[in-house]
Design a protein around this ligand. Structure first.
Ligand code: ADP
Ligand code: MG
Length: 542
């Protein structure tokens, strides 16, 4: 402002304008400079941004390429795996089919082998032995051995198994004993799950044999509690020696066999067959007729004897044979006989396993004709019957309910009887007493007597089989009433099936081994071919 002093207003204004101009110029050059700097900076930033973006997109491309490659590789892997899986599936399917074919072939071969084995058994007259292993049951645990049980392990532990349908496998290791691991082969082995149906399915063909003219005997062997009565009759009724008839699926061999016999008969010409039953108990080496009646018609057990006839056959004179027309008649009759085992004073024994039970079905076939003379095995009976003419027709027998009555006959009846011939075949069903070796120490009186009779009769049975196996001239049938009674069946007059019954628990190891040993020896017995009774061919005129 000092410079302005003394100047005119115009000059001042000019000065101001020049000054303003100058400042303006200065300002615009700063702006320009700033602008340039900003622009430069922006350019730089844009450049780096662009290169960053470029880098980013390159990276992205690289990465997505890598990812794509990975995806493709994975996809390829999956495809390969799928392919492999498909190949495996095809292979598995092929193998499955192969296996099925092999199984089918194996089953066929097995059937063939069984059939051949069966024929061999028939030719040699072998005794068939089947073995049934019952399930473990609650009472297997209640051992009464509680002290030693802890030391010896669990008594209810299983030691006997069905390895397959022909093999029993026994495996047992007890402290202080050598461990046992052994196989036993039989014609058929039933595991603990196999039903009464399955057991009977293998028995049924024998009944066809029966109607074809063969005698048949089925015998259950095993220690007490191993399932003999269950297998032969069915589950027993509470506190009773009879068995439940109502539970059809639980019925054992005896009732089922009877049903089957009547079914088979129903397919034959009517009136040509009839069936008689006898029920016998062998207790303390005495034979009791469980169907004998007193004069009031009440059933009571009567002691009988067994004799050898002139033909060398065993026979029980005066034994009651009741004629039955169907299986339910039979069942009621047998159940009545069984109930007698508890009530009869001479037969008082707490447990049914203390006696042998023999139920016999005799099937008589009546044939009419003139020239069958040489075909009859039972010629003598036939002639006697012809003379007595007591049963011209089976129905009359049935009405009469007795075999030993005779009545007056008309000439016409006699003539008919002349032309009538009969053949008898026999089905013996045996529930043996318990095979356990009863310790004699500490047992006295009746129990001692009972035990020693059972032991003796069962060892007599083993001796008889031993004598036949060794083809000895003398077979000691008469050493016991049991073997004497069953002489014909054991000796080779019948197709014989022994049904071994086994308790699987460790507690019963010794008894099971004894039974399996008995079965193995029985299987080796060769008796020569069982004879068939010759039937003339009958027309099915039904
Ligand atoms: P045993 O006549 O040999 O002395 P039981 O037939 O009386 O033996 O059987 C003893 C117990 O075991 C019975 O209670 C019976 O019902 C049962 N039992 C036996 N075998 C079987 C089985 N296969 N399935 C189910 N229970 C069975
Ligand atoms: Mg029994």
């Amino acid at each position: 402002y000092q410079g302005l002093a003394g100047r005119s207003t115009n000059q001042v204004l000019q000065l101001y304008a020049a000054r303003g101009q100058q400042m303006k110029l200065q300002r615009s050059s700063v702006v320009t400079q700033l602008h340039g700097a900003i622009k430069k900076r922006l350019k730089q930033d844009l450049k780096s941004l662009r290169s960053f973006a470029l880098e980013l997109s390159k990276d992205f491309k690289r990465q997505s390429k890598a990812c794509l490659y990975q995806v493709l590789a994975t996809l390829h892997g999956i495809q390969l795996q799928n392919e492999a899986m498909r190949m495996f599936q095809i292979k598995a399917f092929d193998l499955e089919q192969c296996l099925q074919e092999v199984t089918e072939r194996y089953e066929k071969e097995k059937q063939k082998r069984k059939a051949l084995h069966n024929s061999l058994v028939e030719l040699r007259g072998n005794i068939r032995v089947h073995c049934r292993i019952r399930p473990l049951l609650p009472f297997d645990d209640a051992s009464g051995h509680s002290v030693s049980q802890d030391r010896q392990g669990n008594f209810s532990e299983k030691v006997a198994y069905a390895a397959d349908d022909e093999t029993v496998f026994v495996k047992c290791s007890r402290p202080g004993h050598a461990s046992v691991s052994k196989n036993f082969q039989f014609e058929r082995v039933y595991n603990d799950l196999e039903s009464q149906d399955a057991v009977f399915a293998d028995v049924a063909p024998l009944l066809t044999s029966l109607l074809d003219g063969y005698n048949v005997c089925i015998m259950a062997y095993g220690q007490t509690g191993s399932g003999k009565t269950y297998t032969m009759l069915g589950p027993q009724l509470e506190g009773n020696l009879a068995f439940s008839i109502e539970e059809e699926s639980e019925l054992g061999i005896i009732p089922r066999a009877t049903q089957e016999v009547f079914r088979l008969i129903s397919e034959k010409p009517p009136g040509s067959y009839w069936v008689e039953v006898s029920v016998v108990e062998v207790y303390n080496n005495e034979i009791f007729d469980l169907l004998a009646k007193d004069s009031y018609g009440k059933v009571f057990g009567v002691k009988r004897d067994v004799v050898t006839t002139r033909e060398g056959k065993s026979d029980v004179p005066l034994l009651t044979h009741e004629t039955v027309g169907n299986s339910s008649e039979f069942l009621h009759l047998v159940n009545k006989g069984l109930q007698l085992r508890v009530t009869h004073p001479t037969l008082v024994h707490a447990h049914s396993s203390r006696s042998h039970l023999v139920v016999t079905l005799t099937i008589t076939t009546v044939v009419f004709g003139d020239n069958f003379g040489t075909l009859w095995e039972d010629e003598q009976t036939s002639q006697r019957l012809n003379k007595e003419a007591s049963c011209t027709f089976p129905q009359k027998m049935r009405d009469n309910k007795s075999t030993s009555s005779s009545r007056a006959s008309s000439p016409v009846q006699l003539e008919a009887a002349e032309k009538m011939k009969q053949i008898k075949t026999r089905l013996q069903l045996v529930d043996l007493a318990g095979s356990e070796c009863v310790g004699m120490s500490g047992v006295t009186g009746a129990a001692l007597r009972e035990a020693s009779f059972i032991n003796r009769s069962l060892s007599a049975l083993a001796d008889v089989l031993g004598a036949i196996a060794e083809q000895r001239a003398h077979v000691p049938y008469r050493n016991s009433k049991l073997t004497h009674l069953l002489q014909d069946s054991i000796g080779g007059d019948a197709k014989l099936l022994v049904m071994l019954c086994i308790s699987p628990g460790q507690k019963y190891f010794t008894e099971s081994m004894q039974s399996l040993g008995f079965g193995t020896r029985a299987r080796q017995v060769q008796r020569g071919q069982v004879k068939k009774k010759n039937f003339p061919v009958l027309s099915k005129g039904k």
